[in-house]
Design a protein around this ligand. Structure first.
Ligand code: MN
Length: 728
């Protein structure tokens, strides 16, 4: 049976190659198939399948992505050097140095599995990115490799599945997004989400009225109905459509706090026409063909968005009663929407867009550049996560150059992106001609001008480290302090260290303290105490990172030297990794709080043993908990849980606030919460047309009693009519 499988996969691969528009070097591919089969013969995957099926499938994915012969050949051979007695030289002799270089790149990335330890992860990510900057095809092969592994992850043990899923979500899916490979990105995300949050994944799956294949078919029918009707009017527009991925829906629900029913763009169809008049004509025809949902029509053509985005948006209902969004725009509007404002000018001027791959490579190279002189691993991880985050803003210099920054970047980030000298001399900024504060967050389409001074000795302020968003700006600011302000760094570092020592209750007689700190200083590879203070001052040594170890050392020393009890610090608070919940008959079990009902201490609760992630804790009266457990589908999965006596964690609760709308209502609510030191996690506000305001505020509380006092205080705010805790 195994042999037959392999044969089928090979036949499929050959068919795809033959059917492709590209002309492939079929003899090289055939030789690579032969080689892979021979080299891997006798090896099996965790699934029991013959090993060679894996490289064959990976090659298949890459053919679908339209990759070239060398990439396909390298994909077929990507595991032979690692797992068989083939050498890189052998590959090079048989298939050429380029293929060998690709195989080498993929092997190197694969050799360094990410672990949950951040330094390790960062180190590997750096190598991965380095490899990527040499030849982007290495990353594309790696993405296809990861995709096939995630597709066949059933055979792995649970922890490995979760680790790989996390890594895929954090590193690979964002990379696929950056490279513009949407299908791969979405599939990687969905496969990971299914492992990381199986409950939510399944909920969304079930909420989608149609199954996966049906969703694609539904979209096709809609597209052809639109095309058909338009062709009756001699219009032949370009029509494309997409189904929102499960992860896309998940984000809307859990990040933007939308209910499933409020997501109208699960299906979306885009119609692109030649001129503005046709946009409105098409809109009329669409509204004639499908029933529009009231209040869902938006004319961004007559009123463009701030970032110059233009389109007509409407939501209509198919005859199957499924709503879908339709976007109608011209080609010019389309380029602006897809490639940002820069494309708009280029389109107008008739300039061809730069080669996409080249642009992406440039990004990768720049990214590597910024990492070079960072020596703190945590920073690298942070940079990767922010710099790879799927949303960017594009802002313009006064000269019209487009600068891309991660969402949330400030004018200071902008200045340092232009040049460190610009950042270091910055005294202020203008956005669209208006003076703004330095923590102003830039938005797509804005023109940003940095105001600088030539005054000698001028430099950045330490506060900026808390304002900037990009790792690049942070590193450059630190570099300046390291170089220019030795005296100040020493002072600052000493003060910071003293403050932290006091805060942690670390007290010793002076001589002992001196000795103790000198040991810590050596541990950070500093020669003198002064160097140590300076390093803390400019941020080369992060106190937040070294304090836990320092405290441990201190406690050990105190214990060993039997220092009198009045000098002892209180032990650090016990760390609950179980969220303050006790599960009957189970120790050390992973616990998460169900997002459907967000239980807080004091609530009556119950646990459900999930397949993917320990125990999920619900409120007893949550709609997702069967009323009669004996009648539940899998009664053995429901377990008794209770709250611990002493809980130090924070819990999220969502409040539904109904109020008469007035000015500054939201400000009063947030001020009240701030005065109670209640953390706000999310706010969603809606204004129904009747002069009322409806808000969903997610706050952090330490239990039911705390929650009730928050509700009481908020209820006293002028205009607030009703506050309810929301479970869904
Ligand atoms: Mn592989």
């Amino acid at each position: 049976m195994k042999e037959a499988d392999k044969r089928t996969i090979i036949d499929e691969l050959r068919e795809r190659l033959a059917g492709s528009e590209k002309s492939y070097d079929l003899s090289a591919v055939d030789r690579a198939i032969e080689t892979a089969c021979r080299a891997h013969s006798g090896q099996c995957r965790a699934s029991g399948e013959e090993y060679v099926c894996h490289p064959l499938r990976v090659a298949g994915i890459l053919v679908e992505l339209g990759m070239d012969s060398e990439t396909i050949v390298a994909a077929l051979l990507h595991d032979v050097v690692e797992d068989t007695d083939w050498t890189l030289d052998g590959v090079s002799r048989q298939f050429g140095p380029d293929v060998a270089a690709l195989v080498d790149g993929v092997t190197k990335i694969g050799k360094l599995p990410f672990t949950t330890r951040e330094e390790q992860q960062a180190e590997n990510a750096r190598k991965l990115l380095l490899a990527m900057s040499q030849d982007i095809r290495v990353i594309i092969i790696k993405l296809a490799d990861r995709l096939h592994n995630m597709r066949t992850s059933e055979g792995w043990e649970e922890q490995k599945r979760r680790d790989k899923a996390k890594e895929t979500m954090d590193i690979y899916a964002p990379l696929a997004h950056r490279l513009g490979i949407r299908t791969v990105k979405e599939e990687l995300e969905d496969l990971s989400l299914r492992i990381l949050d199986p409950v939510a994944y399944q909920e969304i799956e079930e909420a989608l009225a149609l199954r996966e294949e049906e969703r694609a078919r539904f979209l096709e029918t809609i597209k052809s109905r639109v095309r058909g009707r338009l062709s009756d009017y001699q219009m032949e527009p370009y029509v494309e459509g997409r189904v929102k991925s499960i992860t896309g829906i998940y984000r809307k629900m859990y990040i933007h706090g939308k209910a499933f029913d409020e997501i109208y763009d699960v299906y979306a169809v885009r119609v692109i026409v030649d001129n503005v008049t046709d946009c409105y004509n098409v809109l009329g025809l669409i509204h004639d063909l499908f029933r529009p949902i009231p209040n869902r029509f938006k004319d961004y053509i007559s009123t463009p968005k701030a970032n110059m985005y233009q389109s007509l948006h409407t939501t209509v209902i198919s005859k199957e009663k499924i709503p879908f969004e339709v976007q109608i725009r011209t080609w010019e509007m389309h380029y602006t929407a897809e490639y940002g404002v820069a494309a708009h000018w280029k389109y107008k001027l008739g300039i061809q867009r730069r080669d996409k791959l080249e642009e992406r490579l440039a990004w990768v190279r720049q990214f590597i550049e910024n990492q070079k002189d960072v020596d703190d691993a945590e920073d690298i991880v942070r940079s990767i996560k922010t710099d790879l985050s799927p949303e960017d803003v594009f802002v313009l210099t006064p000269k019209g150059d487009v600068i891309s920054l991660p969402v949330g970047s400030t004018v200071i980030d902008f200045a340092y992106t232009i040049h460190s000298a610009v950042g270091n001399r910055m005294v202020g900024a203008k956005v669209d001609g208006r003076i703004v504060s330095l923590d102003y967050e830039v938005r797509t389409g804005e023109i940003v001008e940095v105001l600088t001074t030539a005054a000698p000795g001028h430099g950045p302020s330490r506060d900026w480290l808390n304002i900037v968003r990009t790792g690049e700006a942070r590193n450059k600011i630190r570099a300046w302090f390291k170089k220019e302000r030795r005296e100040e760094n020493v002072q600052q570092g000493r003060a910071e260290l003293e403050r932290e020592l006091a805060r942690n209750g670390i007290r010793l007689p002076d001589d002992q303290m001196g000795e103790f700190l000198l040991t810590q200083c050596k541990k950070q590879h500093c020669d003198t105490m002064e160097d140590f203070y300076a390093a803390i001052g400019y941020g080369g040594v992060l106190l937040s990172r070294i304090m836990p170890r320092l405290k441990e050392d201190y406690l050990r020393m105190v214990k060993a030297e039997d220092i009198p009890p009045e000098r002892l610090v209180t032990a650090p608070p016990r760390h609950h990794n179980n969220g303050g919940v006790i599960i009957d008959d189970m120790d050390n079990c992973l616990v998460k709080f169900a997002r459907c009902c967000n239980p807080v201490p004091g609530d009556d609760i119950i646990g459900f043993i999930t397949r993917g992630y320990g125990v999920s804790v619900h409120q007893r009266d949550c709609v997702n908990v069967p009323k009669d457990l004996a009648m539940a589908e899998e009664p053995e999965r429901w377990v008794r849980v209770s709250w611990e006596e002493e809980i130090r964690e924070e819990f999220k609760a969502t409040l539904h606030i109904d109020a008469a709308d007035r000015r500054a209502l939201l400000a009063d609510i947030t001020t009240q919460l701030a005065s109670m030191h209640v953390m706000i996690h999310a706010i969603n506000a809606r204004e129904p047309k009747d002069g009322s305001a409806v808000m969903l505020v997610t706050v952090g509380v330490n239990g039911l009693e705390h929650l009730h006092s928050v509700i009481t205080r908020l209820s006293r705010i002028d205009g607030v009519r009703r506050i309810e805790r929301r479970n869904q």
